[in-house]
Design a protein around this ligand. Sequence first.
Ligand code: PMP
Length: 393
Amino acid sequence: MPAFAKRMSQVRRSFIREILKVTADPSIISFAGGLPKPDLFPTGPIADAAARVLAENGPAALQYSVTEGEPALRQWIADRYKKKRGLDIDPATILITNGSQQSLDLLGKVFLDPGDVVGVELPGYIGAIQAFSVFEPTFAGVPLGPEGPDIDRLTDVLTRQRAKMFYAVPNFQNPSGLTYSLAARRAVSEAMRVSDAVFVEDDPYGELRFMGEALPPVSAFMTQDRYLLGTFSKIAAPGLRLGWVVADPDSLPKLVTAKQASDLHCSTLVQRILVQYLADNDLDAHIATIKAAYGAQRDLMVERIKAEFPEGVAYTEPEGGMFLWVTLPEGCSAFALFDLCIKEKVAFVPGEPFFVDGSGQRTMRLNFSNAEPERIVEGIRRMGRAIEKLLET
Ligand code: PMP
């Protein structure tokens, strides 16, 4: 074995990616993935946009470009914040990244030294835990409830444990599907205001709301030390690998330097294709189509869970996004259920890897965005049977 750097020793392979290998078998009904529905990708319009970009200004699209990102794309993002959220964002504070995953990596690089405390939700997004782990922090879990994070615990993590960062997904969280209430958003911004920590708000699902009222980002209540992450992965296509960070104006140059050191800049060609696609198409209409499909699948999954899962099993009823969260009765193990379910040819992700404190044994994540309705009906039926078997043992 070569002598790998110490920093890699804490970094776990993504557990979900390991599960996806098991569920690659097409006979397994899988609620384990976290993928958008591929039939909804705008393949034709992207092909048209690509042809136009190459025909009209091919050489410039194939040239190196600036690290901050294509000016037209940064402007489009700022305009959309204004139009959809009423937020005034200066395009000069936006850095285009290779998806939110790179935004997380850059924020880790810029802010985290070994041993720094990072507050994360319990459960928390596993990709962020993995991205930050490279920088050898200590994670402090902040339990998440139906209204938002436990504010007393957050305050303790920020003040007594002197956290350097709090990372949160306030809309239709991955993995739980939970959304912070307006009061929780204000309370989080207040807790952040009186601490020295930076707030990292990851919002890949905010535009995928099927019901209820849209709420402002927590960052809207803050004036400094907040980083708001967005992505085109869930509203256009993840293969584009384009996302962004709205940064504190003073910190943008540091993030730009970190990105330069990593990859110079995002693909000029892909950014220009996306700008052309956004100019020539109605993104709102496209998002409406996605929401109609995911919303119907979410309704069906909730309805079937109500009908098929035994008494005592709790579940979230998300108002948007791609995930639903199930909690088994006291004493049950989601890993034991996973083994039973694989025998029944149905899969999900056990919740424990999402908990930095090692708890969550009774929990699991189900994805509804990438499952056909007939498979939702059959898959939930099989899961219900497996849970009954588990409860009998
Ligand atoms: N953050 C969260 C909360 C996510 O669920 C995902 C996608 N699974 C990402 C970030 C990564 O998204 P991207 O494709 O933009 O890197």
